[in-house]
Write a protein that binds this ligand. Structure first.
Ligand SMILES: CC(C)(COP(=O)(O)OP(=O)(O)OC[C@H]1O[C@@H](n2cnc3c(N)ncnc32)[C@H](O)[C@@H]1OP(=O)(O)O)[C@@H](O)C(=O)NCCC(=O)NCCS
Length: 231
C-alpha cells in the first residue's frame, strides 16, 4: 500500500470514531426494498454513555466462550478496554449493528490492518440481542465488507474463529469466507483468567478446539455480491 493510501485509511478510521456519532444511521443496511438495520460506529461519545458500556460488558460476558480469553467482566474494565483497546488503536474500529428502530442489537468491527498486503481482520462479531431481526448480523457483516473493499480499498479480509463455533462459521461461510488454516489450541488457567493459547509441538494431550483462520478475497466478495443481486 502506498503511503497516501495508508494515510487515507488511518484518517478515515480516526474521523469515523470522532464525527460519525452525529449522523444517526451512518450506514443503512438494506434488505431488498426495506431498510432493516444500520451500522453506526462506536465513537468517543460511547465512552461516557452508560448504556453503551453496559451493553458491551453484558454482551462480552455472554459471548466469553467465543474468545481466547475468559475473565471477570466489569463496567470499568470494559470502559478502559473501549478507550485503550479500541478507540486509541489507529487500525481498530467497532460498529454497532442497530435495528430499524435504532436499538443496538450487536456489534462487529475491523482490526489488524496489514498495510503491505492491504488486508485486515473482521473483529468482534457479536449478537447481543437474541431473536431480534433475524439475519441482522449477516447484513451488518456484509455492510462492513462493502465499506472495507469499497471505501478502504482493501484486497483481503481474514478472521479467526473457534472450530466449535458453528453458528459463527455458518455466518462467515454465508458471507463467502473459506478456511485457510487451523491452529491447535490448549486451555490454560491463571489467576481466574482462562486463556486459549497455541499448543506447541511439545503438547501431548488431546486437542479440544482449533482456532480457524478464514479468508475472503475481494474477487470472491465481488462475485458473491453480483450473484446475490442476480438471484
Ligand atoms: C455469531 C453470531 C453473531 C451469529 O449471529 P446470528 O444471529 O446467527 O446471525 P444473523 O443475525 O445473521 O441470523 C442468522 C439467521 O438469520 C437467517 N437469515 C435471514 N435473512 C438472512 C440473510 N439475508 N442472510 C443470512 N441469513 C439470513 C439465517 O438463515 C439464520 O437463520 P437460522 O437462525 O434459522 O439459522 C452469534 O451467534 C453470536 O453473537 N455468537 C456469540 C459471539 C460469537 O461467537 N462471535 C463470533 C466470534 S468469531
Amino acid at each position: 500500500m502506498d503511503s497516501e493510501h495508508q494515510q487515507f485509511v488511518l484518517e478515515t478510521i480516526r474521523n469515523v470514531k470522532i464525527a460519525a456519532a452525529h449522523s444517526g444511521n451512518w450506514f443503512a443496511i438494506f434488505d431488498r426494498d426495506e431498510c432493516m438495520a444500520s451500522l453506526d460506529p462506536v465513537t468517543w461519545q460511547d465512552v461516557d454513555d452508560p448504556d453503551s458500556i453496559e451493553r458491551l460488558a453484558r454482551w462480552r460476558e455472554a459471548a466469553q466462550n467465543s474468545f481466547p480469553a475468559i475473565f471477570p467482566v466489569t463496567l470499568e474494565g470494559t470502559r478502559r478496554w473501549l478507550i485503550k483497546q479500541v478507540l486509541e488503536l489507529p487500525d481498530r474500529l467497532l460498529f454497532w449493528v442497530k435495528s430499524s428502530e435504532g436499538e443496538k442489537i450487536g456489534h462487529a468491527g475491523i482490526y489488524r490492518i496489514d498495510f503491505e498486503e492491504e488486508s485486515l481482520e473482521l473483529d468482534n462479531v457479536v449478537r447481543g440481542m437474541p431473536r431480534v431481526m433475524r439475519g441482522a448480523m449477516y447484513s451488518g457483516v456484509q455492510a462492513i465488507l462493502s465499506w472495507v473493499f469499497g471505501t478502504l480499498r482493501m484486497n483481503d479480509v481474514f478472521l479467526r474463529v473457534f472450530s466449535d463455533n458453528e453458528r459463527a462459521i455458518q455466518l462467515y461461510e454465508h458471507c463467502g469466507f473459506t478456511e485457510t488454516m487451523r491452529m491447535p489450541m490448549r486451555r490454560v488457567e491463571e489467576d481466574g483468567v482462562v486463556r486459549w493459547i497455541e499448543a506447541d509441538g511439545g503438547y501431548r494431550k488431546p486437542i479440544e478446539r482449533y482456532f480457524v483462520t478464514m479468508h475472503l478475497p475481494r474477487a470472491t466478495w465481488q462475485t458473491e455480491c453480483t450473484d446475490e443481486l442476480v438471484a
